[in-house]
Design a protein around this ligand. Structure first.
Ligand SMILES: NC(=O)c1ccc[n+]([C@@H]2O[C@H](COP(=O)([O-])OP(=O)(O)OC[C@H]3O[C@@H](n4cnc5c(N)ncnc54)[C@H](OP(=O)(O)O)[C@@H]3O)[C@@H](O)[C@H]2O)c1
Length: 248
């Protein structure tokens, strides 16, 4: 029976695992980095923690007798996607990337696209003084030293990073509605949003709210996609798997 490894950490990965695990002709194992203490548990097998770079992943692919890999990680998780590309090439394993489409700016949006978090932090003082940061922990450090700006920082788990002189940290996990985001931004008198272009519905509410409030959005650009076969939806990934199972 073919064995599938799903690199996860997204809602799409959980949904793909659910559908694939329901198919008796394939064995499914998902992999999580282990960043959050209470992740949604996918159907099928699960392993947690880094592999140890390309070589570690390659060992895992061999030892786990993996036949197919779907990289369903977040569009900003560029290191693991690169490692998966390299390891699959070396192991001769077919890989598919499941990448959710980016949001697109509409005429009323005030997006300022920047290459990375450091560039967003540098532009921030020109745009606002009460900023809403919706980034992961690891991207926050560059904002901490910005003087004269108050930050509202939303994290999945509250372990506030050190160094922020003036900030409020809130813990919450999506999905977030447009109405809830509007209320939060109004309550805290937010005048600038800093966001990744994650795509999908679950966190789109803040983009809609910023549009409604005419707020500038510092939008951090996506890293380049990993290359190779790519689909944009769980259904397409399921079709890709179905073809390989039938052919196998
Ligand atoms: N970056 C984001 O904005 C974001 C947002 C939501 C969810 N996530 C999820 O959070 C996880 C970590 O994201 P990241 O941006 O820190 O990744 P990253 O920078 O691409 O990867 C850093 C290291 O974390 C380990 N890793 C990442 N994803 C893994 C997985 N699914 N299974 C096993 N190890 C994994 C790998 O360690 P080794 O080299 O030791 O193998 C990798 O080299 C990903 O699974 C991603 O889907 C990320």
């Amino acid at each position: 029976m073919p064995r599938l490894l799903i690199l996860g950490g997204t809602a799409e990965a959980v949904e793909l695992a659910r559908r694939a695990a329901a198919n008796p002709k394939i064995e499914v194992v998902s992999s999580l980095a282990g960043r959050t203490s209470r992740p949604r548990r996918p159907a099928g097998g699960l392993r947690v923690g880094g592999f140890g770079g390309v070589d570690g992943l390659l060992d895992y692919l061999h030892q786990g007798a993996i036949d197919l890999l779907v990289d369903a990680t977040h569009p900003y998780a560029a290191v693991i996607s690169h490692n998966a590309d390299q390891a699959c090439r070396r192991a001769g394993i077919e890989r598919l990337s499941l990448v959710r489409p980016a949001w697109r700016a509409e005429p009323n949006d005030r997006w300022i696209e920047v290459p990375d978090a450091a560039a967003a932090a540098a532009r921030l003082p020109d745009l606002g003084h009460r900023a809403f940061l919706t980034l992961g922990r690891r991207d926050l450090e560059v904002f901490a030293s910005r003087a004269g700006i108050w930050f509202l920082v939303r994290l999945i788990e509250v372990r506030p990073p050190t160094g922020f002189a003036d900030a409020t940290f809130i813990q919450d996990r999506g999905p977030f509605t447009r109405q809830a985001e509007l209320a939060l931004m109004r309550e805290h008198r937010i005048d600038c949003l800093v966001s990744k272009n994650s795509g999908g519905e679950a966190t789109h509410g803040k983009i809609l709210a910023a549009r409604e409030l005419s707020l500038p959005v510092l939008m951090i650009a996506r890293p380049p996609p990993p290359g190779g076969a790519q689909v944009a939806s769980v259904m397409e990934a399921q079709d890709w798997l179905g073809q390989r199972i039938r052919e196998g």
